[in-house]
Design a protein. Structure first.
Length: 201
């Protein structure tokens, strides 16, 4: 519950800072053709790969779709009435290669994410949500439509997480050593920006 509330507050703060500026985080019209980079999260275009690394640990995610409910309602003492959001992604986590093998293989999977309204009163209130992007050892925050945060609830564990958006669409294209990749870390001085597809590696 505390994690869901923290993520929701972060999203609301971010929305307040960006509305009317360069980027509206809830404007999903750019999600298929642009990457988004803010000070606390990064997205690749829908259907394209986002690379994650922390030291030698790496992971790849690819969002396949997203949905905004447009179902907000006036709040009541028992329900917040917040709008619902959801998304789906594939994840690829590298297996340990056999001795002498230079070919990388992956454990893979598919997951759904969602955020709904909260119900209940006071300390008994709860929010139906799963806002955590999971891939191998990584547990990072999700923000609609396809943004992955540098941090999770255990922020101390997430120090040094880096994200790189790409226009690659298949895991066979992935090269973590590609010099064209631009890696981003959390940086509170960075302003939100959109990166067009043709400017991605």
């Amino acid at each position: 519950m505390m994690r869901s509330m923290a993520l929701t507050v972060a999203l609301l703060v971010f929305s307040t800072l960006c509305l009317g500026g360069v980027v509206d985080p809830l404007d999903d019209s750019n999600a298929t053709s642009n990457a988004m980079v803010t000070w606390f999260d990064v997205s690749a275009p829908i259907g394209h790969l986002l690379l994650i690394r922390q030291g030698a640990d790496t992971c790849v995610v690819r969002f396949s779709n997203f949905h905004r409910g447009h179902d907000s309602k006036p709040s009541t003492p028992f329900n917040s009435g917040e709008e619902s959001f959801s998304a789906e992604y594939d994840w690829f986590y590298p297996k340990t290669s056999a001795a002498g093998s230079h070919q990388r293989t992956y454990d893979t999977g598919h997951r759904q994410l969602f955020r709904g309204s909260s119900s209940g009163i006071g300390r008994l209130a709860f929010q139906r949500s799963d806002q955590e992007v999971r891939c191998g050892n990584f547990r990072l925050a999700w923000f609609y439509p396809a943004r992955v945060g540098f941090n999770s609830a255990d922020s101390a564990k997430d120090i040094g997480v880096e994200l790189a958006p790409t226009r690659w669409t298949t895991i066979e294209q992935v090269n973590f050593d590609d010099p064209a990749l631009r890696w981003y870390r959390q940086d509170e001085s960075r302003k939100p920006m959109l990166i067009p597809m043709d400017q991605l590696p």
